[in-house]
Design a protein around this ligand. Structure first.
Ligand SMILES: C[S@@+](CC[C@H](N)C(=O)[O-])C[C@H]1O[C@@H](n2cnc3c(N)ncnc32)[C@H](O)[C@@H]1O
Length: 278
C-alpha cells in the first residue's frame, strides 16, 4: 500500500482541509446516523479512502468493530478486496451472540457487496496465531481497548502481518495515553512514523470524535519477515496476557452483572458513550 496514494485519496475525499471540513460524500454521515457506533463521518471517510487505494493482494484488518459502523463505511464502493474484523464482544455489556447478530445484520445491510470476514476473539491472542489472515495487511484500523499498554501492543503485534508499506489508523488518538503509546513505540521503531493527526478539539468532537492518527510503516532489513519478536513487544504481550487482559475481562463481566459499578468504571476507564447513537 503506497502511503502517498492514501494521503492523496484523503485530500480528495474532503471539501477542503479535513481538519475543518466535512467529507464530500454524504454516505458517511448517513452511515454514522444509521449504524450504532462511535466513529464520526470524517473518520469513516478516512477509513474508506484507505480501503479504496489498498491493492487487492493486501487486506484491511480492523480490531474493534462493535456493531460494525466503521467496517460498513470502509467497504463503501470497494468490491474486490478482503476485509477482516477482529472483535471479542467484551465491552459495553454486549452479550456474545446478541452482539454478533447485530453486527452481522448491519454488515448484511451495508456491506453485502464486500468480502468481510469476522474473527471472534482477543486480538492480542489471535494475532500470534499463524495463518490468521491470508495476505499482508495493507490497512490496519485499531479501535480496541484503550490503555497505554494495549495501544503499544496493538502496534507491536501487527508489525509481522503488515505489508512492506502499510497504513495504520489509530482511533481515540487525542487521548494522551493513546498518542503517548504510539510516540513511545515509534521512538523505538524507526520504520514507523505519524503521517497525519486529526485531533479532537473538544471531548466528543463532532468532526473527529476522540481523534484519529494515521501512522505509516515501511519494512526494512531490521524488520524483515521472520525476525524475532522485539523484547519491548514481547514483555508487554506477556504482561497483557497474564494480567491486564484477564483483569479487564473480569471487570467488564462484573459491570454487566452489577450496573451500579458503572460510575466507578467511567472514572477508571475513558468512555466513548458520548458519540454513540444508542
Ligand atoms: C469503541 S468500540 C469500536 C467502535 C467501532 N469501530 C465503531 O465504528 O463504532 C471497541 C470494540 O473493541 C472491542 N475490543 C476491545 N478490546 C478488544 C480486543 N483486545 N480484541 C478484540 N476486540 C476488542 C470491544 O468489544 C468493542 O466492541
Amino acid at each position: 500500500m503506497r502511503v502517498d496514494d492514501f494521503l492523496a485519496e484523503v485530500d480528495k475525499a474532503f471539501d477542503g482541509d479535513p481538519r475543518t471540513s466535512a467529507p464530500l460524500d454524504p454516505t458517511f454521515e448517513r452511515i454514522a446516523a444509521t449504524v450504532n457506533g462511535y466513529t464520526s463521518a470524517n473518520e469513516l471517510a478516512v477509513l474508506n479512502a484507505a480501503a479504496r487505494v489498498m491493492p487487492a493482494d493486501e487486506c484491511y484488518l480492523e480490531v474493534g468493530s462493535y456493531k460494525g459502523r466503521s467496517m460498513c463505511a470502509a467497504v463503501q464502493g470497494v468490491t474486490d478486496k478482503t476485509f477482516y474484523v477482529v472483535e471479542n464482544y467484551l465491552e459495553f455489556g454486549m452479550q456474545g451472540q446478541e452482539a454478533r447478530a447485530e453486527l452481522e445484520d448491519n454488515l448484511r445491510t451495508h456491506a453485502a457487496h464486500a468480502d468481510v470476514r469476522l474473527i471472534e476473539g482477543n486480538c492480542f491472542s489471535l494475532l500470534r496465531r499463524p495463518g490468521l489472515v491470508d495476505r499482508p495487511v495493507g490497512v490496519y484500523f485499531y479501535d480496541g481497548e484503550h490503555t497505554g499498554l494495549s495501544h503499544y501492543l496493538a502496534l507491536g503485534i501487527i508489525e509481522p502481518w503488515l505489508a512492506d508499506e502499510a497504513i495504520i489508523l489509530v482511533d481515540d488518538a487525542t487521548y494522551p495515553m493513546v498518542s503517548g503509546a504510539h510516540e513511545d513505540f515509534i521512538s523505538r521503531h524507526p520504520q514507523w512514523r505519524v503521517e497525519r493527526r486529526w485531533d479532537a478539539e473538544t471531548k466528543g468532537d463532532p468532526r473527529w470524535a476522540n481523534g484519529l492518527h494515521a501512522l505509516s510503516f515501511r519494512r526494512d532489513a531490521a524488520t524483515a519477515r521472520g525476525s524475532d519478536e522485539p523484547w519491548d513487544v514481547r514483555w508487554r504481550r506477556l504482561a497483557y496476557l497474564s494480567s491486564l487482559g484477564p483483569g479487564q475481562k473480569a471487570a467488564w463481566k462484573a459491570i454487566h452483572r452489577f450496573p451500579e459499578l458503572i460510575p466507578l468504571a467511567k472514572k477508571l476507564y475513558p468512555s466513548k458513550k458520548a458519540s454513540s447513537i444508542d
